[in-house]
Design a protein around this ligand. Structure first.
Ligand code: GLU
Length: 450
């Protein structure tokens, strides 16, 4: 059985790889799914005849454009922008926009591909897309961000709309930037509409959208623990990053009684041996420039330069920074120090080697497709509110978010018979790929050859 799966996988990847030369991240994401779903495709004559995975691996279209804008010194700046419209099988194209210098077509293609499976798991009518620009927003003035956002939307506006494609935020793009882009779209479209999600609440954004990914991550982690008769309270939780996902995950975990022991940045890790308090968390999140190394005057928090959070022996690891942040060395350190659970707040944070190490170790690994789906789920709720001219309060959105994360857990649990680890536990990584694939494959077969 294993050999057959490996043969199918290598045959499939040999066919796909030459079509995407040099796009390592994209091929890594496709291989991760193909490993789990090719046997399911082969077992169904409809899925096989429809060539489902091959079609899902090719975006509907990729729009690539130049962004020209003027910086505060009056100099002309040129950047590249993209929108990868992956599939609108299940609903309008949907996914974030990332502004970061390391954005490439390969990165956006992998994110759009992952988004298709993630959005399918939410059970909502959401297609998949991802976009971005090779632009570094850090260090730019408000006026520069405004000019860049307007220049970015001069092109992107042609391709988005409430029933067409609904971008949101991602790394480097928060509510403020989405607000600017949303207004730019309305000005060009000459109408009001929810063409973007993650807007400021003052501009028809949903309550709880900022918190959604981090809170959702903790709700799903709780469901995973409850399944095996454990609780979050008292567990040592290591979190990487200190952006939107990390900070809200940290706050929710803390509120639920967990011991959050790390946050991190490019320069190193903040370690609170006895766990952060809300106050010490505030200090780390507010620290910039010179005070980064000594945020805590009372020494409850230590800064370790050039060190990752995975060296501090957590019970639960929550990588929330970026793709491929957790390497084989980190995975080995986590396994050796007795870490039992890992849930991905970031998209594809494990290198393929780290993932393989965890698969052998028995550590329970919840992939980003499921674990960080709370963000796009609340985006889906924002689309519902905008379309229905409604505004729900934070309590209502939070309750719906929690229910969606529990439903995702139930969906994965239903795959248990074919998706379990050597120890008989639910293999969440495989279950997410299989459950997402089934929903997309059924839609593709029902929709014919288009
Ligand atoms: N960028 C987020 C993600 O990776 C959110 C996407 C959205 O809300 O559309 O899922």
């Amino acid at each position: 059985m294993k050999d057959r799966a490996e043969t199918l996988l290598s045959g499939f990847m040999n066919q796909i790889a030459p079509r995407h030369p040099g796009e390592a991240e994209f091929l890594q994401a496709v291989e991760d799914v193909a490993r789990d779903v090719l046997t399911i495709e082969k077992a169904s004559s409809d899925f096989t005849a429809s060539r489902v995975l091959e079609r899902l691996s090719e975006a509907d279209r990729i729009i690539s454009f130049r962004i020209t804008w003027r910086d505060d010194s009056g100099d002309v700046q040129i950047n590249r922008g993209w929108r990868v419209q992956q599939t609108n099988l299940l609903g309008p194209y949907k996914g974030g926009v990332r502004w970061a210098p390391e954005v490439t077509t390969s990165v956006l293609k992998f994110l759009a591909f992952e988004q298709a499976f993630k959005n399918a798991l939410t059970g909502m009518p959401l297609g998949a897309a991802k976009g971005g620009a090779d632009f570094q927003p850090k260090g730019r003035s408000v006026a520069e961000i405004e000019r860049f956002a307007a220049a970015f939307m001069a092109e992107l506006s042609h391709h988005v709309g409430p029933e067409l494609d609904v971008p949101a935020g991602d790394i480097g793009v928060g509510a403020q930037e989405i607000g600017l882009m949303s207004r730019a779209w309305m000005q060009q479209a000459r109408r009001w509409g929810g063409a973007m999600t993650g807007k400021p609440t003052a501009l028809a954004g949903s309550a709880m959208r900022a918190e959604a990914t981090g809170y959702g991550l903790i709700y799903l982690t709780e469901a995973v623990l409850t399944e095996v008769g454990e609780a979050l309270a008292g567990k040592r939780v290591a979190i990487s990053g200190r952006g939107n996902v990390s900070r809200h995950a940290a706050r929710k975990a803390l509120t639920l009684g967990a011991k959050v022991i790390t946050l991190s940045g490019r320069a190193g890790t903040w370690h609170a041996p006895d766990g952060f308090t809300h106050e010490t968390l505030d200090q780390v999140l507010a620290s910039t420039g010179d005070d980064v190394h000594s945020p805590s005057k009372d020494r409850q928090v230590e800064f370790h330069a050039d060190t990752k959070p995975w060296r501090f022996a957590p019970d639960i690891a929550l990588p929330c920074a970026t793709q491929n942040e957790l390497t084989l060395d980190d995975a080995q350190a986590l396994v050796e120090s007795g870490c039992c659970y890992l849930a991905e707040g970031a998209n594809m944070p494990l290198t393929a080697e780290a993932g393989a190490c965890f698969a052998k170790s028995g550590l329970v690994q919840v992939p980003g497709k499921a674990a960080n789906a709370g963000g796009v789920a609340v985006s889906g709720l924002e689309m519902q509110q905008n379309a229905g001219f409604a505004a729900w309060n934070a309590d209502k959105v939070d309750r719906k978010l929690r229910a969606i994360m529990c439903d995702i857990h139930d969906l994965l649990k239903r795959e248990r018979t074919s998706c379990c680890t050597m120890t008989g536990a639910i293999d969440y990584r495989r279950a997410a790929n299989v459950a997402g694939y089934r929903r997309l494959a059924q839609a593709m077969v029902a929709g014919g050859v288009l």
